[in-house]
Design a protein around this ligand. Structure first.
Ligand code: PEP
Ligand code: MG
Length: 512
């Protein structure tokens, strides 16, 4: 049976079907106690490493937690509380915190308070390190939709391809697959039910074939041109290309390109939270990419990337770090500073909405370039006000669209070609001059979006490796006159439909 969908990453791949049921993730409810004990051992090591070389005061703090975690009664208490281990750990620590409050002493009161932070960090760590979801190695996954955790797990399981019912182009789970270059087709209606009757799936660009015939698996890898990071239009306009990555290992495939966006929150969601662990990763990446630039985005937690510690807060990105988790922010910044021996690291601040946030971050960082994500309408409208404080801007069209249009980026009706989005892009870009302004949002790795952005004069894009070849092809066919016609039409359009019609018209011409 053959079906067509939307190819997120084009390519040919084939393999055994593995259906990812939406009930799988379920917040790791069926974690086993042995796995928790293992994770706790790792957490104790992490605590010991973190305080190594620090003053005795900090070592004493760490010892307090280490003793608590090692105590047999703590584990016994967890075991006695029922099947949901995450909840049981939470209850066990709450009980200790409450007992300390009962003592009615300032010292114990403050320990009780700290225990809440400790609890959240420990639980996020355990969730990241213990993963019960089993995805068959080297399979083709089929799902209605994926969560961020499922997507991360799929990558770890070396899946060969993905078929999804959803058609949410810019959801994080889909972007993870795209950045990693996994052949992915979305928008296949009823895929899960259909797949239940078959053993294998073959993906060929936007076509999927379900079959029961034994296959000879032959995966064609996508050839990528890595030699130069500047592509030219027909008449010589230069466009600088940078790369978006989600995992440190992706750096291995990249040569001669800046990393325009490294989404660090996936480190966090994988339980990598310690300063030393982070420092080692950033340092390795900066060496690999040198003399090119590594842009590290501070943890953008929130939205659909929610750790337990954030469950009761409604803010996201930098506001979460500044207002609710300074400790995490400080650890990440210290790790980056220590890793920046080659001076090729830049810091990108996510979800900025006001100048004060940048000033606060600036106080913590002296000699590293900082830039902001322009991904909230509030920041897009005042890029001129930020200029004094930042070295560069990076436009996040995914969040900018969802927050402007009041529709989740995970929704199938999500759109990014609305006239308001282009006004915001045009305005924020013009007001940001002369600072470098790149686009790392998904619009830059979408044929129609790329044409539109270039027509506005944007000359730096940050895209997944899987889109580099296609971007080169499209850029090479454009010229100045065409671009100015396109921008005029977009700016004067009243409706999204008109913008899409115009962009499709030019894309057709380019494809001839
Ligand atoms: C964006 O919002 O466009 C962006 C690049 O950030 P992320 O997709 O990681 O939210
Ligand atoms: Mg974003």
């Amino acid at each position: 049976m053959k079906l067509r969908g939307i190819a997120i990453v084009k390519g040919y791949t084939a393999g055994e079907i593995f259906i990812v049921d939406s009930s799988y993730d379920n917040e790791n409810n069926d974690i086993k106690i042995e796995q928790v004990e293992e994770a706790i051992k790792l957490y104790i090591n992490y605590l010991m490493e973190e305080v190594e070389g620090m003053e005795n005061k900090y070592k004493e703090y760490a010892n307090f937690y280490i003793n608590l975690l090692k105590s047999p009664t703590f584990i016994q208490n967890i075991k006695s509380k029922g099947n949901n281990i995450i909840q049981s750990i939470s209850l066990a620590i709450d009980e200790i915190a409450n007992k300390m409050l009962e003592i009615n002493d300032e010292h114990y009161k403050s320990i009780s308070n700290e225990l809440k932070f400790f609890k959240n960090e420990l639980l996020d760590f355990i969730r990241g390190r213990v993963d019960n979801l089993e995805i068959k190695q080297n399979s083709i996954i089929v799902a209605k939709n994926l969560t961020v955790r499922q997507s991360l797990k799929a990558i770890k399981s070396n899946i060969k391809g993905a078929i999804l019912e959803t058609s949410a182009l810019t959801s994080h789970p889909v972007l993870i697959l795209k950045d990693k270059g996994i052949p992915t087709i979305i928008g296949i209606e009823n895929a899960v039910n259909i797949a239940k009757n078959y053993k294998y799936a073959i993906l060929n660009d936007d076509e999927v074939e379900f079959t029961n015939e034994t296959l000879i698996f032959q995966t064609k890898s996508i050839d990528i041109i890595y030699d130069k990071d500047e592509f030219e239009t027909k008449d010589g306009i230069k466009v600088k290309v940078q790369i978006n990555i989600d995992f440190p290992s992706e750096i291995e495939k990249i040569k001669n390109f800046d990393i325009g966006l490294f989404r660090t929150e996936y480190l966090y969601l994988n339980g990598i939270i310690g300063k030393n662990e982070q420092k080692d990763i950033y340092e390795y990446m900066s060496q690999k990419v040198y003399p090119k630039i590594l842009t590290i985005r501070l943890f953008d937690l929130g939205g659909d990337k929610v750790p337990l510690s954030l469950e009761n807060t409604s803010v996201r990105g930098i506001r979460y770090l500044l207002n609710y988790n300074r400790e995490l922010l400080n650890k990440q910044i210290s790790a980056i500073k220590l890793a920046n021996k080659l001076k090729n690291i830049r810091i990108l601040i996510p979800m900025v909405s006001s100048v004060e946030e940048v000033i606060e971050i600036r106080k913590l960082i002296e000699d590293i370039d900082i830039g902001i994500m322009v991904e909230t309408p509030s920041s897009a409208l005042i890029t001129d006000r930020f200029k004094k404080y930042v070295q560069f801007f990076s436009l996040g069209t995914n969040d900018l669209s969802q927050y402007t249009l009041a529709i989740s980026r995970n929704d199938i009706n999500f759109q990014q070609f609305h006239p308001s989005i282009f006004r915001l892009i045009y305005y924020s870009f013009s007001k940001s001059k002369p600072k470098p302004f790149s686009v790392c949002g998904d619009m830059a790795s979408n044929d129609l979006g790329l044409i539109a952005l270039l027509s506005f004069g944007i000359r730096i894009i940050s895209i997944p490796i899987s889109y580099v070849n296609r971007a080169k092809e499209i850029i090479g066919k454009l010229n100045k006159q065409m671009l100015s016609e396109i921008s005029r039409k977009i700016i004067t359009a009243h409706k999204e439909e008109d913008i899409l019609k115009c962009l499709n018209y030019y894309l057709d011409i380019l494809s001839k």
